[in-house]
Design a protein around this ligand. Structure first.
Ligand code: GLA
Length: 389
């Protein structure tokens, strides 16, 4: 059964009758531009053909009833008439509660009650933004159901606010923007200062492969939030608000005298921002060799300077790059400390890569990676007429 079907069936069973609509919002994979978003820089994600489906119908009262079909039909219920509590972290329902609260803060007050059934096929903890796709899907369902005057960017911001206030992760805006604004067959060059997205067409003969390492990210929030704090401190050294205001050409002179750890963090962010702009250019030119070079440099920088990789992931990246050669590249993607490796390569090279990963990689529990050839999807939208699509 597909996630769409599971959401529909769950809805029928628990709330009786049909939902008014079903929406879908995608997960994402970031090609390059890691930890640049909250530093005001650029990143280059694509929305993927995995996502979260929400079946929704308005109620006559102010209750929100939520059914998490994939979590053994776990349920949550709260009222929109009073301030919405955050549950002890971590709790899946905080993402939903957080979106309601954030939309309220954006001015969409007094939302009516609603029944929501949720299902998805983004693996959790795989660095593919299952939580952002949930947040954006909930926002999109409410926008359509209640005709909210909210742009895709506002839904993305509401999702990010939910992470900050209800999930305890001080994330940037990349994941939610990718989920809300994704464009089929395009990467999105995000400018995280102006909050604009420029679609970059992807050549049809390139493959984007996600290799889920099956090392789920543990205690990410604390390590992630710590990196973010370090970036804020380092920005102060340069007398800027956001680290990406420092341009790469000035970095060597402006970083003289910095403590080694601060220097490494800053060097990653400033260098990664420059690489991301070059990568967008390379994609626009159909230049897979340059893109591959930039992706490999990005991985080294995450490993050595930002220090968010792990030895088995480094080995997997090396193995992948060895198979891919010069035409394309592979790197750790997402928030780090586990998750997925992304590879971009010619389509006809995918079977060799998949074979090599199967032979050469096991996670620390001895399990195989999951290799997924992605198609690049559109952002949040209706999932199609009931029962289809
Ligand atoms: C996570 C966050 C994003 C971004 C990436 C790293 O996915 O949610 O905002 O910071 O990590 O690039």
């Amino acid at each position: 059964m597909t996630a769409h079907e599971r959401a529909l069936r769950g809805f029928n069973k628990h709330f009786s009758g049909d939902p008014t609509l079903v929406v879908r919002a995608p997960g994402r994979v970031n090609l390059i531009g890691e930890f640049t978003d909250y530093n005001g820089g650029h990143c280059l994600p694509v929305a993927i053909d995995r996502g979260t489906w929400v079946a929704a119908r308005a109620r006559d009262d102010d209750r929100v009833q939520v059914l998490a079909v994939d979590l053994d039909d776990a349920r949550d219920s709260f009222s929109t008439a009073i301030p919405i509590d955050r549950l002890p972290v971590p709790h899946w329902a905080n993402y939903v509660r957080g979106v309601f609260a954030a939309l309220g803060r954006q001015g969409h007050r007094h939302l009516p009650g609603v029944d929501l059934a949720i299902s998805g096929d983004v693996p959790r903890g795989a660095g593919l933004s299952s939580s952002a796709s949930l947040e954006v899907a909930v926002g999109e369902a409410l926008r359509r159901l209640f005709d909210l005057d909210a742009t895709p960017l506002q839904l993305a911001l509401a999702g990010q606010q939910a992470e900050h206030d209800y999930a305890g992760c001080q994330c940037g805006i990349m994941d939610q923007m990718a989920s809300a604004l994704g464009k089929a067959n395009h990467a999105l060059l995000l400018n995280c200062t102006s909050l604009t997205a420029t679609p970059v067409p992807l050549p049809a003969d390139w493959a984007i492969v996600v290799i889920d390492t099956r090392i789920t990210r543990g205690l990410v929030e604390s390590a992630y939030n710590e990196r973010r704090r370090q970036c804020v401190e380092v920005a102060a050294h340069f007398n800027v608000n956001l680290l990406c205001e420092v341009v790469e050409a000035d970095f060597a002179t402006r970083s003289v005298g910095m403590a080694p750890l601060a220097l490494r963090r800053a060097r990653h962010v400033v260098g990664e921002d420059a690489r991301t702009l070059q990568a967008a250019h390379a994609i626009g030119n159909g230049d897979l060799v340059s893109l591959g070079h930039l992706m490999r440099a990005s991985h080294r920088s995450m490993r050595d300077d930002f220090e968010v990789s792990l030895p088995p992931i480094d080995a997997l990246v090396e193995l992948s790059n060895g198979v891919i050669g010069d035409t394309g590249g592979a790197r750790l993607t997402g928030g780090g400390f586990g998750g997925s490796v992304v590879a971009v390569l010619p389509k006809d090279g995918v079977p060799d890569l998949a074979r090599a990963v199967k032979l050469g990689y096991r996670n620390p529990s001895g399990e195989l990676a999951h290799v997924h050839l992605c198609s690049v999807a559109a952002g949040a939208n209706l999932a199609g007429a009931l029962g289809t699509g």
